[in-house]
Design a protein around this ligand. Structure first.
Ligand code: NAP
Length: 259
């Protein structure tokens, strides 16, 4: 399917690996020029070079921490005028409700709520002025159903979801859509780190931890970054202009809910 976005310019945050990389690859496959970002310059440059050579699109790589004011300024200055914004950052650490202090919440809110809000605030006006734009926020399955050990994530991402629900309806008249994708477990470094926690806590191997988790998913497997990226690219496409303020769950059926 021609997504109709060839030549658009997309900023994909936190995109040297994992789900962000999947989004960058799929948008490049649709013909978008990219601005990619991550903190580690070497991994980022390697991912950018790979995308340039496979898809023949222009890629600007900006090594910066997207959760800081200085990092966002650096990324936004390098990005210039963009048509598509994909927000993403690392997720907060797991723990118990009794572990977390105010500073832990502030860090989680900064990374997973206030950073995407700041990026939207910076990018939406120009998109609205031009009458076209797409924003996709990578959030989490935990927005639909809490994951108890990820209380910091539950809290921050639900706050972002509430903000998007209202804002998406305010910018839609200008041809700009904002939607969220809610990943369940996907085979990325983040999954390795979550499975390592389970393996250590339960004294089981990584393979057992992974099999145990996969057994709870109706699809009986982890998602892939390619599947995730394809959904993101579709939400950024010309065909998705009537999808406004939605939360698209990609979890292999793990969240047991009728709607
Ligand atoms: P990942 O494989 O660990 O990749 C994270 C990517 O983000 C890397 O490119 C990393 O590069 C970059 N990054 C992290 N912190 C950053 C920062 N402060 N500034 C700029 N770049 C940053 O993670 P993932 O699995 O793709 O997860 C992406 C998001 O989805 C996370 O918020 C995660 O919590 C959420 N999520 C993931 C899953 C899953 O199963 N994978 C499920 C639910 C939710 P550098 O380290 O070099 O910066």
């Amino acid at each position: 399917m021609d997504l109709g976005i060839k030549g658009k310019r997309a900023l994909v945050c936190a995109s040297s690996k994992g789900l962000g990389l999947g989004c960058a690859e799929a948008l490049a496959g649709a013909g978008c020029d990219l601005v990619m970002n991550a903190r580690s310059a070497d991994t980022l440059e390697a991912a950018a070079a790979d995308i340039r050579s496979r898809f023949g699109v222009n890629v600007t790589a900006v090594a910066a921490d997207i959760t800081t004011d200085a990092g966002r300024t650096q990324v936004l200055e390098a990005a210039g005028q963009i048509d598509i914004l994909v927000t993403n950052a690392g997720g907060p650490p797991p723990g118990m409700w009794s572990d977390w202090e105010r500073d832990d919440f502030i860090a989680a809110l900064d990374a997973n709520m206030l950073t995407p809000i700041a990026l939207m605030k910076a990018c939406l006006p120009a998109m609205m002025e031009r009458g076209w734009g797409r924003v996709v926020n990578i959030t989490s399955q935990s927005v639909k159903a809490p994951i108890a050990v990820l209380g910091l994530s539950n809290a921050a991402r639900t706050g972002l979801t509430g903000y998007v629900a209202g804002t998406a309806r305010q910018v839609a008249p200008s041809g700009v859509t904002i939607n969220n994708i809610l990943p369940g477990i996907h085979a990325t470094d983040r999954a390795v780190s979550l499975d390592t926690g389970v393996s250590e806590a339960q004294g089981i191997s990584m393979e057992e931890a992974k099999a145990q988790r996969a057994a709870t998913i109706p699809a009986r497997r982890y998602g892939t970054r390619e599947e995730f990226g394809a959904t993101c690219a579709f939400l950024c496409s010309q065909h998705a202009g009537f999808i406004v303020g939605q939360n698209i769950l990609l979890d292999g059926g793990a969240t047991n809910a009728t709607i």
